[in-house]
Write a protein that binds this ligand. Structure first.
Ligand code: ADP
Ligand code: ADP
Ligand code: ZN
Length: 223
């Protein structure tokens, strides 16, 4: 048996990582692992690590590698990850990338492809400011770019309650973009050196980007 696929979606806040990861789950049967979602769940649970993470997230900084890695390792113990994973929002630092390589090596696996979603900062601020999600199923929407077919009703689950993230305001987004450029963007070189990096223009519409990702993953799967 070939080992399960490990894909990474790399990109600043608002690049479309979550949107595309959910579609890749449908298209390829992979499982999305979003460290942002895992950290928000930890924060809501009120655990000590969750409370520490919450304060950092509200300020737009990066949560410590120790907390993020502990939460991710826990998630990797669930059996569904055997279908193959799309890491959305992880790794975000050199330390996390090195730790991930170690974890995968222990399981005889490796990172198969890292797809960098290339976008410009000003557009990202608009994308994040208009973002909201379904409270029932987590489907993502946007005030301007991705509205439900029937106003106020989720396309996926029919839910009518939606929510916005506290950190999706223009000020916090600027901090998050700074953190991205300082700590996460260097990973582009890290993975290019390993020969697994693919860059795609992520400024087009959602369907066009889904197609570009699909053809890259198709090529990786064929190898
Ligand atoms: P990320 O997970 O990278 O932070 P999201 O997938 O949550 O980004 O997308 C941010 C916001 O932009 C969401 O409201 C989403 O509906 C919208 N969006 C995602 N991709 C595009 C796109 N290609 N064009 C316009 N809006 C998009
Ligand atoms: P976005 O989709 O806008 O990129 P996420 O949901 O991925 O946002 O992350 C929200 C916040 O959670 C980040 O601003 C950061 O504080 C924290 N976070 C998420 N993933 C990580 C990670 N891998 N390392 C450190 N902090 C993280
Ligand atoms: Zn829904």
């Amino acid at each position: 048996m070939t080992s399960p696929m490990v894909l990474i979606l790399l990109g600043p806040p608002g690049a479309g990582k979550g949107t595309q990861a959910r579609m890749l789950e449908e298209d390829f049967g992979l499982v999305q692992l979003s460290t942002g979602d895992l950290l928000r769940a930890a924060a809501a649970s009120g655990s000590a690590a969750g409370q520490q993470a919450k304060a950092v997230m509200e300020a737009g900084g990066l949560v410590s590698d120790a907390i993020v890695l502990a939460i991710l390792k826990d998630r990797l113990r669930q059996p569904d990850v055997a279908r193959g994973i799309i890491l959305d929002g992880f790794p975000r630092t050199d330390g996390q990338a090195v730790a991930l390589d170690g974890l995968l090596a222990e399981a005889g696996q490796r990172v198969n492809a890292v797809i960098s979603l290339e976008v410009d900062d000003e557009a990202m601020i608009g994308r994040v400011a208009g973002r909201y999600t379904c409270g029932g199923c987590g489907e993502g929407y946007h005030d301007e770019f991705k509205q439900p077919a029937v106003a106020g009703t989720c396309d996926k689950c029919g839910g009518t309650a939606f929510k916005r993230r506290a950190d999706d305001n223009a000020e916090t987004v600027r901090e998050r973009l700074k953190a991205y450029h300082a700590q996460t963007a260097p990973l582009i070189t890290y993975y290019a050196d390993k020969g697994v990096l693919e860059r795609i223009d992520a400024m087009g519409d959602i369907a066009a980007i889904r197609g570009r990702l699909g053809s890259i993953i198709g090529q990786v799967t064929a190898h």
